[in-house]
Design a binder for this molecule. Structure first.
Ligand SMILES: [Zn+2]
Length: 493
């Protein structure tokens, strides 16, 4: 950059970097400083195409996207000097690079891959971190399973039971395994942006291989996708693809499809193949980090909290197994990982089969720790400071503490829960949440969030409490004084 006279910048300054490198943040500040316009090439591309980059990728593939990107960048480079932000992929394209060399001062923003990965974890609007493309390249994923490493669990629901297949790398066989279930060789894959980014291409390839035609729909990542708006858009997208009675919806990943209406629709209109990618995603991500123990393992831990939950709800022996094997599992032991996923699926299958329509309290027990968790998440803005599963870990420790405080649960059990979850690295202490320890927690504000929670019926707060490890139950009569005292102590601890 011409430092002597920034205001008469002879050329555009193009900031190049991978997702999460800080191009927008730095670019906007720089533009403000220099009194120049800031332009984000990605925004321009979306405007030109009239759809999101994810959609361009989906509909036309990467080659077409790059061609469009090059045209847009060429046009932008002919404008008066400004600050331009472009993705790393653009720069890797030789023609685009040549253009930028000729017409701009290019600044490459570097950041550690792990930092980038953490930053984009929740964004996922752009399919550049595709499986295999991001880190060590292809072949780092789990190997294709042989039939003996895959296990199947039967979920018995009257008239329409289903099988859950568990095994490393099964996603590559999803097409082959589900082909016999399909009424016609066409599926619509529904996924959220984060999961689509990591696994969409791989899943589509597996259907291709099995001779099944795929279209896909991507919904925003995270909690928001459960909202009604997102559901409305999903329905619209589905109808755009003109499904018929023989089209099968394939749900890739978890969160997006939990909306009860979506579930009902899927049950009514389609054979639903539910691919639970979450744990795979977690393990794969951590695996790619090369087992460096000091790196943030938040995502893996978040998944683990929900696994350990099954032990705390009604399987004390599984919690004991977790205490013994949790560390190995988190370090990547494949046999223990498979066992834990299998136990989670078995437990969920058992509970769902016994309480399919949520008419008893049984299914509600799966919300152990969640009332606390939602309050903590609300307070941290549902942001990267605290992942849902991490919040659940903290919430379960608090639920057991509250149970002990109310004289319902032996204090030694509450202590075991706190010790184990803390030992594997979950943030069971409020002051360990958010990194800098400077957050001001407030018991009344947390209770306020709990009141806003959908499980607060008729003014009384509903909690999942426990009479001991593996003895969870629903309580709709928790004394607010005791709750406030518990929160005050947790904040002071
Ligand atoms: Zn949860």
């Amino acid at each position: 950059m011409d430092a002597s006279s920034p205001l008469s910048l002879p050329r555009t300054v193009a900031l190049v970097g991978l997702m999460g490198a800080g191009k927008s943040a730095i670019g906007k500040r720089l533009a403000l400083r220099l009194g120049l316009p800031f332009i984000d090439a990605d925004d321009e591309i979306e405007r030109a195409a009239g759809c999101s980059i994810a959609e361009i990728f989906e509909k036309y593939g990467e080659a077409d996207f790059r061609a469009g990107e090059r045209r847009v960048i060429a046009r932008l480079l002919d404008l008066t000097p400004h600050i331009l932000s472009t993705g790393g992929g653009a720069y890797l394209h030789p023609e685009t690079r040549a253009l930028m060399r000729a017409k701009a001062v290019t600044v490459w923003l570097r950041a550690e891959l792990d930092v980038l990965f953490d930053r984009v974890r929740r964004r996922g609007h752009r399919p550049l971190l595709r499986q295999g493309a991001s880190r060590e390249g292809k072949g780092t994923g789990m190997s294709a399973p042989t039939s003996d490493t895959a296990r199947t669990i039967r979920v018995d629901l009257a008239g329409r039971g289903y099988d859950i297949a568990i095994g490393p790398g099964l996603i590559d066989r999803a097409g082959e395994l589900s082909r016999p279930l399909l009424a016609a060789p066409r599926v619509t894959i529904v996924s959220d942006q984060t999961v689509a980014l990591l696994y969409g291409a791989r899943l589509a390839a597996s259907f291709d291989k099995a001779g099944v035609r795929t279209t896909s729909i991507t919904v925003p990542a995270g909690e928001g996708s459960k909202e009604f708006d997102a559901f409305g858009r999903l329905l619209g997208d589905l109808l755009d693809r003109r499904p018929d009675r023989k089209t099968t919806l394939v749900a890739l990943g978890g969160g997006a499809y939990l909306h009860p209406e979506t579930r009902a629709l899927m049950r009514a209109k389609a054979v639903t193949v539910w691919l639970r990618a979450e744990l795979d995603v977690l393990f794969d991500r951590v695996r790619r980090r090369g087992h460096r123990p000091l790196l943030r393992q938040g995502e893996l831990l978040a998944g683990y909290a929900e696994v350990a939950k099954y032990g705390l709800v009604d399987q004390p022996e599984f919690f004991a197994w977790c205490e013994k094997n949790g560390a190995d599992l988190l370090a990547g032991d494949p046999a223990k990982r498979t066992y834990a996923i299998e136990q989670s699926c078995l437990a969920k299958a058992r509970i769902v089969a016994a309480d399919e329509r949520e008419t008893t309290d049984l299914r509600a027990l799966l919300n152990l720790g969640h009332t606390f968790a939602h309050a903590l998440e609300a307070e941290t803005g549902f942001g990267p400071d605290l992942l849902h599963g991490e919040a659940v870990g903290a919430g379960m420790a608090m639920a057991f503490d509250l149970s002990a405080r109310l004289g319902l649960c032996p204090p030694a059990d509450a202590e075991r829960v706190r010790r184990h979850l803390g030992a594997v690295g979950l943030p069971v202490r409020l002051r360990s949440i958010g990194g800098d320890n400077r957050r001001r927690w407030d018991a009344q504000r947390l209770i306020g969030h709990m009141r806003g929670d959908k499980k607060a019926e008729g003014g009384k707060l509903a909690f999942i409490l426990a009479r001991g490890i593996g003895k969870a139950f629903v309580s709709r009569d928790v004394d607010e004084g005791a709750l406030g005292a518990l929160l005050d102590d947790a904040i002071a601890a």
